[in-house]
Design a protein around this ligand. Sequence first.
Ligand SMILES: [Ca+2]
Ligand SMILES: [Ca+2]
Length: 234
Amino acid sequence: MKSLQFFSFCLFLLGCHCSPQEVTLYSSTGCTGSSVYINGDVPDLAAVGFNDIANSALKNGIWIFYENGNYNAVGGQTLLFWSINYCSDFDPEERNMVSSLRYAGKQDSLNGETFSLYEGYFFTGQEYWSDTDNADLGDFNDRATSLMITGQSPWTIYSDNGFGGMPLCFYPDTYIEAGFERIDLGYFADLAMYGFDKAVSSVAKGCFGKNIVRLSHPANKSTSSHAGMVMNKQ
Ligand SMILES: [Ca+2]
Ligand SMILES: [Ca+2]
């Protein structure tokens, strides 16, 4: 029975080409030294014995690194990278700095269609995540100040719940490709730029209304399988 289950699992993997979001942090440059493997959100790297230790990282997916714990809830430098199985060193001033990190999108897929709203600018603080229409954001109503979308679908945010009020559509206009893998994303670090500071009340998958944001952000670090942005200290 067990071998049958294993066989089914392999078929599942072959069928979906799923590549999970994961990162291994290393204490030295060039992905050497001691390391810790991470495939989820970590609000406090001290909990895994790696606070202010990372000098390089082998990354797969969209990962956000924070200078301070709890995703820079109290401010600090934020690093956003999207990578396909790529090792890179943190810049010298970013070494021995990372205290928390998390991914954006779906854990088990590099290009799942999702949105994430963040309480703070630059994707900091609490996160509200979904892969479907949300007519009501519950206790996240009117709290978001930044937005990340992953996968190839556009998403529309609304100022009122029930998809009411002012709609604003965002496209994912940034991507990388390597082999069979691809990552699409759109990242909007300050919703106040679009008149949506602490105003988002519902979110729909797709592009609705006349107001559309299409941005192809220039990455300040880029290869065919890796790119990223350094966000300024708040
Ligand atoms: Ca730190
Ligand atoms: Ca609102």
